[in-house]
Design a binder for this molecule. Sequence first.
Ligand SMILES: Cc1cc2nc3c(=O)[nH]c(=O)nc-3n(C[C@H](O)[C@H](O)[C@H](O)COP(=O)(O)OP(=O)(O)OC[C@H]3O[C@@H](n4cnc5c(N)ncnc54)[C@H](O)[C@@H]3O)c2cc1C
Ligand code: SF4
Length: 352
Amino acid sequence: MKSFDYVRAASLDQAVAAAAEPGSVYLAAGTNLLDLMKAGAARPDRLVDITHLPELDRIEHLSDGSVRIGALVRNSTLAYDRDFAGAYPAVAEALLSGASAQLRNAATVGGNLMQRTRCAYFYDPASACNKRMPGSGCDARAGENRLHAVLGWSEACIATHPSDFCVPLVALDAVVEVTGRSGKREIALEAFYRLPGEAPDRENELEPGDLITAVRLPAEARSFAAHARYLKLRERTSYAFAIVSAAAALRLEDGAIRQARLALGGVAAKPWRTRAAEAILIGAKPRAEIFQKAAHAALAEAKPSGDNRFKIDLARKILVRALAEAASGTPSRVPALPGSPFSSVPGALHDA
Ligand SMILES: Cc1cc2nc3c(=O)[nH]c(=O)nc-3n(C[C@H](O)[C@H](O)[C@H](O)COP(=O)(O)OP(=O)(O)OC[C@H]3O[C@@H](n4cnc5c(N)ncnc54)[C@H](O)[C@@H]3O)c2cc1C
Ligand code: SF4
């Protein structure tokens, strides 16, 4: 591992000033960053440790009905917060479907949003990778690419975003709070990530020094609590990233769908909100045919980027299943296998 400087930031201003220097990067729990450094895929000159910053580890239920989640809240803490899990069950389920218990106990909210792609060529400094080294090419295009993107990809990069948490967040209109050199600002999560285009190394809207301080869910996000699911297909039932995943949240009135929120994971360089599919559902009765129609609309623009045509059909199927499960009602407790299509086994439930 290359040697680097270490700064433990004691205030937001100090953190932002230190991280704005070229070659600097924030360190939260380090569960992704340190792996990348050990592999030689990240070579920062300076780590700015934010774990001692005050007040970023709070979950605040605000008087306007929204919830503000500090960037240093641990993934497990959030998923097991009873008020949070009750109001945003699909988000809790997505969190608990990710990584292992040990990793979730360490990983932070900000770090989960900012984790890097799991493309194996990105992790391997001997491979050509436009994301790691702009202009070097993309070994994934002709390489091992069965898990790569089917939506929004470019010839320069076909990687996917690996986060589970971000999928229901984008469906529920989450907003990212950022503090940078020019003060505070807010960015809708849907607009936060960039598609690769010609510059896959530029993954999001953050500028040098910008620190995520919190993620906010608006009051309206609570109104989907009775009919919300997150489902994830993976190569093992636990401790694996998504091949594809889906968040579905519905508001039902008088037997019809009044509001629908849908997003897919594992299909693109960002969590993929599917507004065309949402529009198809509104006003309809929650039936298999309408779920199929919505799923076809969600994947209408999809095309394989390699050996991954199967992901298109798989993404349709997981979306149909997530919609059916959401329509039948959120389970009263988080399933023992969160996010798994096998979790509907009666009696297998976590106390969250
Ligand atoms: C074996 C393994 C399996 C995993 N499986 C899953 C999975 O199934 N699903 C899933 O979603 N995730 C999974 N993860 C990823 C895990 O969730 C992330 O590693 C974790 O969320 C990163 O959080 P962290 O606090 O450790 O971030 P760090 O590793 O400290 O940081 C990650 C990145 O975020 C930046 N950063 C951190 N905080 C901020 C901030 N507040 N503002 C700006 N930038 C910031 C850092 O500079 C760095 O670039 C897995 C990880 C491992 C190692
Ligand atoms: S898909 Fe993207 S991350 Fe993977 S090798 Fe190509 S450029 Fe790099």
